[in-house]
Design a protein around this ligand. Structure first.
Ligand code: A2R
Length: 318
């Protein structure tokens, strides 16, 4: 049976991916830093801090997974500015610890590394959809750490480790932290609807264009990338993108129209990122041509699920 070790299993993407892996027939070992008190039935829990090299080796030696999806990371850009050491230790050294453990304990395992479209950084200023051969010019510690981890993966691939690197564009959906723009919008709308917030929304830069994907579509792409373990020859690097540019204000308009509440929008200068880029869209030719993957879930549906999630979550908030 195919047995996958999923790092970062309790995160936004990990929770969705667990479901899809189980549905696809994988045995799933979920690695997390603290126990999940209500784990998904059918998965096995593993406590693992990837900054601990010995623990990585012990875990890989015990589990001997056939597949690995490496999601664990400090994934929040402002946190990476606030705590670069934590970011580099987790995203780079943590990845190296995992790679060494794979090399020593599970050398036949096939690994999918979740990097990020953020690695392109300043290259987005060209204003076109970027493909995998585009320059990488990271603009924040998070992006730089992901690019460094990619280099580490490429080195281990050269030494015979099997796997691929994915660069997902902005994925959104239920369960995401309100630190991210669409979740922040949905949370505020839900708070306004429930009378917990005055009908004024605080927003950042609404003019930026992004390549938004439903997290479920991104997880489908990860599953298809795992299936490359059966292929003789394949590219090592894939954008996960829709190729569609969407202005953030169009997302806000759609969410407000789905709410029906009367809402005033106000700019909050604190929400403007120091290094914001106006246009960040991915070329998706490779993943479409090699895997026949493309996003299936309409944006309207994604935003409806996001709003429905926040309507439930704000009830539980103080
Ligand atoms: O602390 P936990 O158990 O909640 O796990 C977080 C995990 N993580 C770690 N796991 C092991 N050792 C560490 N030292 C460590 N530090 C953090 O990474 C958390 O559950 C997970 C990341 O989840 P999110 O922040 O929700 O990220 P998301 O959106 O699920 O993104 C998944 C991946 C990330 O690598 C992104 O950079 C990439 O997709 O694009």
């Amino acid at each position: 049976m195919k047995h996958v070790l999923l790092t970062g299993a309790n995160g936004f993407v990990g929770k969705v991916l667990q479901e899809q892996l189980l549905a696809a027939g994988y045995r799933v070992s979920c690695a997390c830093t603290s126990p999940n008190l209500s784990p998904r039935t059918g998965v096995e829990q593993v406590l693992l801090d990837i900054r601990d090299a010995d623990a990585c080796a012990e875990t890989l030696g015990r589990i001997k997974p056939s597949h690995i999806v490496h999601l664990a990371a400090i994934s929040h850009v402002p946190t990476s500015f606030r705590d670069p050491l934590l970011t580099w230790n987790t995203n780079v050294l943590g990845s190296l610890n995992l790679l060494e453990a794979i090399k020593q304990q599970a050398p036949y395992a096939f690994v999918v590394f979740a990097s990020s479209s953020e690695v392109y950084g300043e290259a987005f200023k060209a204003g076109v959809a970027l493909d995998e051969d585009s320059l990488c010019l990271p603009m924040n510690p998070y992006a730089a750490s992901k690019l460094a981890a990619e280099l580490a993966f490429e080195q281990y691939f050269k030494q015979g480790i099997r796997g691929v690197i994915a660069r997902p564009f902005n994925h959104i959906g239920f369960g995401q932290s309100p630190d991210f723009v669409t979740a922040s919008f949905a949370r505020q709308i839900a708070l306004i609807e429930s009378g917990k917030q005055a009908p004024i929304m605080q927003v950042g830069n609404l003019e930026a264009c992004r390549d938004f994907l439903d997290v479920r579509d991104v997880c489908t792409a990860y599953l298809q990338l795992l299936a490359l373990s059966e292929a003789q020859d394949h590219p090592r690097l894939f954008n996960i993108a829709s190729g569609n540019a969407r202005k953030i204000c169009s997302i806000l308009d759609e969410l407000i129209s789905q709410s029906g509440a009367s809402i005033t929008v106000e700019l909050d200068p604190q929400r403007l990122r120091p290094s914001d880029i106006p246009f960040a869209v991915g070329n998706c030719d490779r993943i479409r041509d090699v895997l026949n993957w493309q996003p299936k879930i309409p944006l309207k549906e994604t935003l409806a699920s996001l709003l429905a999630d926040w309507r439930v979550r704000v009830v539980a908030e103080q």
